[in-house]
Ligand binder design. Structure first.
Ligand code: DI6
Ligand code: FE
Length: 401
């Protein structure tokens, strides 16, 4: 983490035009004195399922009594329970229920959010969720990246036909939703209670054909080996990773696939297994941190809490946690400042992303997304629990709060 003391930055047309020490700052039309406050890049929540209807507090109560997440899923609860609520919700209802969750994230300095589908599980239902995600991005001062997660669980229409379901997503839904510009990436829940490696590969091949980048929910509840597959497809990220191995960490770093840590889900599920943090650290590829905001395993709308849990539960340093919600989170979305320099191994989707506004760092040319904090040390960001030290948020060069 590079710290500029007595720093200044100049913005122009929504981007950072200059950054350095105040003493050598160029003249500007208008200046704002932040009186020595800490400034970070706008925070990035790179893994959420925040568009959904209803909640699953009842299942949480069952888990407190000893039921497992997998048992509840196998009995038709879990993701299918939220699927039923989302299917009957109108687009407006879905927007209205999701907006307060987005507002909670933004209040803590978040300026970019990834939102996954995955509770419609029909073409129309997935399209509805993705349109709501796009609408949130138009109505709020935030950059939204959408991810198609139709491969979240097998819906009743395809029961016992997971293979047909994946084929339908790959051959019909993905091309249709992609041509409606609703899909920035494709994700799959690769897990014992989700989809297997062959099914993930089938979906990834279709995404690659279209030039859509891929991501994976990998090694969350068991080790499936999904990470190794994802890295062969130049995945932007592999997320969860509690059961990943040191070998997986090496593969991730080689492929420049970002490991994404989701400590709120780990906490809410009472997880015992910790992702291989030391291996990620020694491979030097970075680690991102996100909320995983969803009604089942992580009903959380605080990225600062995710930072706190990443440090306390997973052992990240304060600097790693901050990089995890800024620089490294940007890379997990293909928005990293260094994305453009990935080189020949970069897939088409990454190149397309590189042309969009880059973020996650205070660097010349990056989006002028930044946060002014009421803290005296940057360690305070993952230290307070339930206290919000965010003073002011600037997105694309404009004060938004
Ligand atoms: N892993 C998760 O953390 C979420 N989905 C997934 O594949 C949980 C989704 C849910 O329980 O509703
Ligand atoms: Fe998730």
């Amino acid at each position: 983490m590079a710290v500029v003391e007595h720093g200044a930055l100049v913005t122009r047309a929504g981007s950072i035009d200059w950054i350095g020490e105040e003493a050598s700052a160029p003249a500007a039309d208008q200046t704002v004195d932040l009186a020595g406050a800490w400034v970070t890049p706008g925070l990035i929540d790179c893994h959420t399922h925040l568009v959904f209807a209803g909640n699953r507090a009842g299942e949480y109560a069952e888990r407190l009594q000893g039921a497992s997440y997998e048992d509840i899923a196998r009995l038709g609860g879990g993701i299918l329970s939220t699927m039923r609520a989302v299917r009957v919700a109108s687009e407006q209802q879905l927007f209205d229920e999701s907006a307060p969750r987005l507002e909670a994230l933004l209040a803590e300095g978040v300026t970019t959010v990834e939102i996954k589908s995955g509770y419609g599980l029909t073409l129309a239902g997935e399209a509805k969720m993705l349109r709501v995600a796009r609408a949130l991005g138009r109505e709020y001062p935030v950059t939204i990246k959408t991810t198609l997660l139709a491969a979240h669980t097998v819906p009743p229409e395809f029961s016992d036909r997971a293979h047909d379901y994946i084929a339908t997503i790959a051959d019909e839904w993905l091309p249709a939703l992609h041509s409606d510009s609703l899909v920035d990436a494709v994700d799959v829940f690769c897990e014992g209670i989700g989809f297997n490696i062959a099914q993930a590969e089938r979906l990834f091949a279709a995404a690659k054909e279209l030039g859509v980048p891929v991501k994976m929910h990998a090694e969350q509840l068991s080790r499936t080996g999904g990470t190794q597959l994802a890295t062969r497809f130049d995945a932007l990220s592999c997320d969860h990773l509690e059961y990943a191995t040191a070998e997986d960490a090496v593969a991730l770093a080689r492929a420049r696939t970002m490991p994404v840590l989701l400590p709120i889900a780990h906490y809410c599920l009472g997880g015992k297994q910790i992702p291989p943090i030391a291996a990620f650290r020694s491979c030097g590829g970075g680690m991102a941190v996100a909320t995983d905001c969803n009604p089942g395993s992580a009903p959380g709308t605080s990225l600062l809490l995710a930072m706190s849990m990443a440090t306390r539960l997973f052992g990240l340093t304060a600097a790693e946690a901050l990089a995890g919600v800024t620089r490294h989170a940007a890379r997990a979305l293909g928005l990293g400042v260094e994305t453009g320099a990935v080189g020949s191994s970069a897939q088409a989707g990454r190149a397309a992303n590189a042309r969009r506004a880059r973020c996650g760092e205070l660097a010349v040319g990056a989006a002028a997304d930044f946060v002014v904090w009421n803290v005296s040390a940057i360690e305070e960001l993952g230290y307070w629990i339930g206290f919000n030290p965010c003073r002011q948020v600037i997105r694309a060069g404009r004060v938004v709060s």
